[in-house]
Write a protein of this length. Structure first.
Lengths: 335, 266
């Protein structure tokens, strides 16, 4: 019984939340890695792109709610998502046209493009705050639980509750579908192949007659879609606050680099590595330990790191990976 | 076919190409030789649109193509290969070939969903063509290999194959022989000659291997210090005083001549 309780506690406090969080990071890291692979720079504006996309999605959600439209048990935000994606894609394409294209044309070094993206980040930062403000916003509606904690306790008779929130299931299912679609797209469609060709060898892609402007536009559209999706799922699972999305940049980059920049499969693996580590390291293991070692009462919480320091986990993993495997777990391009 | 007029390319104070003028005749296999640093590769890069020239003009069949981007030149039938073979390492050999005629219907995000039949048709045609090319180059057995795993020579063959995926008019080959073993080099040479005779490709070949140049090319253009030094049939070029001097320097040239005259040189 105690063993079961311990397992349920691990499932409830680590596996489920970390899987949802990992899926969100993976989607974010996929966007970063695509831009790095194809446009060849680290896009620091990605966190704020997520915030912008989510903000638009929230505004549309409010509009739909005011009109009395809902998606039944699913969050209304899912209906608003296509509008959010379209708006973000339009913004990305406009930014590319006004800002990045110039630097591409003069063949600026990647580090310059990265610095330019920092500038874009600050602008988008401001735009999002003007649009929706700086406060914490909760916009999840629809069913709250797939498995509720009280139901679970009554049903199993265990002391430990288990909660599986609807947003967590939606996050994982949506992320799974989108990732499957993206891999199919990259592997099988001509557009996807031309993107891979561009990432593999830009000179040769150009000499093969592939139109770079098209590849760049498609990359921005997909990155905008991934960013809006990641941001909205994160916001549904937790809450939306523009500042938090700016902070998310660190674990997202850590995930992309750990997996290997430029490698889509790496971005996903990296997302989960970072998420599981972050959650496991900041979890108070006292309860689990008490179940597993009967008659032993741990002093303190048995928490390796307090949650305020959770970003230190991303940093630590990042440094370890860069020291021992600089191209990441899945052999990305050199960092 | 290609006419280069008084072309200059300067990198800062360095004049890599310094007033080169030359012509490549339709249907020829023109060799481009010269000592290291003569500006051959830079000239290629300028013609192929990688670098913009500092000044000068390049025309193709009378049309001004100076400073066009590589993908634009590609659609005009001007192709090039690289000194160090380029490939898409994570794709199979066949996929590498199938990437070549860029600008397919399936390359627009929208068309991927709306014009599936057309795309399937194009892909089938590409697949057939790629298999023919692999057959022509006698590397059919490598079709599913990742291109990154090929040997240097096989990559050069793949590069040549890439030019066959479209109706190329002129192909610039940058050191096809570099790091390739004899047998494979002969295969490449045969393929070049066949493409020239059977399909009417015009070639311009940079190469250091004089046997290869002598066997394949007529005429041969010699470059030194960014300028065209001489032009002519391979036999006459290799006797040309200025050419020997450019390669060996004056002192060594005189020594070799003296030794040859005295019958000491072997």
């Amino acid at each position: 019984m105690d063993l079961l309780n311990a397992l349920v506690a691990i499932l409830n406090y680590i596996i489920i939340p970390a899987t949802a969080y990992g899926a969100q990071l993976a989607l974010g890291a996929l966007g970063v890695t695509l831009i790095y692979g194809i446009l060849r720079f680290s896009n620091f504006a990605h966190g704020d792109t997520m915030a912008f996309g989510t903000a638009i999605t929230i505004l549309v959600t409010w509009g739909l709610q005011a009109l009395g439209i809902s998606a039944g048990p699913l969050p209304t935000a899912l209906l608003a998502l296509p509008v959010g994606i379209a708006a973000t894609a339009a913004l990305m394409l406009a930014t590319d046209r006004v800002v990045y294209r110039y630097y591409r044309r003069v063949r600026a070094a990647p580090v310059i493009l990265t610095m330019v993206s920092v500038g874009v980040m600050f602008v988008m930062n401001g735009v999002t705050r003007v649009l929706i403000g700086v406060d914490e916003i909760r916009f999840a509606d629809g069913a709250r639980f797939v498995i509720g904690p009280q139901e679970f306790k009554a049903w199993t008779g265990l002391a430990e509750p288990l909660a599986l929130r609807a947003t967590q299931v939606i996050t994982v299912v949506t992320a799974g579908l989108v990732v499957a679609w993206l891999f199919w797209f990259l592997a099988r469609t001509r557009t996807g192949k031309s993107m891979r060709a561009f990432s593999d060898n830009e000179d040769l892609a150009l000499l093969s007659g592939i139109d770079p402007n098209r590849v760049v536009a498609v990359t921005w559209i997909i990155a905008a879609g991934l960013a809006t999706l990641a941001g909205t799922l994160y916001g549904l699972d937790k809450t939306f606050k523009a500042f938090n999305y700016f902070h998310l940049l660190l674990p997202i980059f850590a995930a992309a680099i750990v997996g290997g920049l430029g490698s889509p499969i790496g971005a996903i693996a990296g997302g989960f590595v970072i998420a599981y580590s972050e959650v496991a390291v900041t979890y108070a293991w006292k309860k689990v330990a008490t179940y597993l070692i009967p008659g032993w009462e741990a002093e303190g919480l048995m928490q390796l790191l307090s949650t305020e320091y959770k970003f230190a986990v991303s940093f630590a993993i990042l440094i370890i990976v860069l020291l021992f495997k600089p191209t990441g777990l899945f052999k990305g391009k050199a960092v | 076919m290609i006419k280069v007029e008084n072309l200059h390319k300067h990198f800062g104070g360095f004049h890599a190409v310094d007033g080169a003028s030359l012509e490549i005749a339709t249907g020829s296999i023109t060799g481009l030789i010269g000592p290291n640093g003569a500006g051959k590769s830079t000239l290629f890069n300028v013609i192929a649109g990688v670098h913009k020239p500092t000044s000068g003009r390049v025309t193709m069949d009378g049309e001004d193509i100076t400073g066009l981007a590589p993908h634009e030149l590609f659609h005009k039938g001007l192709l090039r290969t690289f000194q160090i073979a380029h490939e898409f390492p994570t794709m199979s050999v066949r996929e590498n070939l199938m990437m070549v005629p860029g600008g397919q219907t399936g390359e627009t995000l929208w068309n991927v969903w709306t014009r599936r039949a057309r795309i399937a048709e194009e892909e089938a045609a590409l697949l057939k063509k790629a298999d023919e090319v692999l057959d022509f180059l006698t590397i059919s057995h490598l079709k599913d290999e990742r291109a990154g795993n090929l040997s240097g020579g096989q990559k050069k063959l793949l590069e040549l194959g890439r030019t066959m995926m479209v109706e190329a008019k002129i192909v610039f080959l940058d050191e096809v022989g570099a790091g390739v073993n004899r047998t494979l080099l002969n295969t490449i040479g045969d393929a070049i000659v066949r493409l020239n005779r059977e399909r009417g490709y015009t070639f311009c070949v940079i190469e250091h291997d004089m046997d290869f140049i002598g066997r394949l090319c007529d005429p041969v253009i010699v470059m030194a210090e960014g300028k065209v030094l001489a032009q002519g049939a391979p036999d006459t070029i290799m006797q040309n005083e200025a050419v020997i001097e450019a390669y060996l320097g004056r002192g060594l040239k005189n020594k070799v001549k003296a030794e040859t005259a005295a019958g000491v040189g072997k």
